[in-house]
Write a new protein. Structure first.
Length: 69
């Protein structure tokens, strides 16, 4: 996530439904910059071949993490 000065809030810069690393989920309210996402790239010889992410599958968690400010 990136802090948007105009909105005075954090906005998604990758995919807004990427799940946080489980041990970081508790930081979403106190220190959102420290929360890591579960996303990945596959790289071969310096070339990105693809990537993806683990999505938030629980609707309550998706609502909670997508409305951070």
């Amino acid at each position: 996530m990136t802090y948007d000065e105009e909105q005075k809030s954090y906005v998604a810069t990758h995919h807004p439904f990427t799940a946080p690393v489980p041990e970081d989920a508790g930081l979403i309210d106190s220190n959102p910059r420290a929360v890591r996402g579960q996303h990945y790239d596959i790289v071969l010889n310096g070339m990105e071949l693809g990537g993806g992410s683990i999505r938030i599958h629980q609707p309550a968690s998706r609502r909670r993490f997508s409305r951070r400010s």
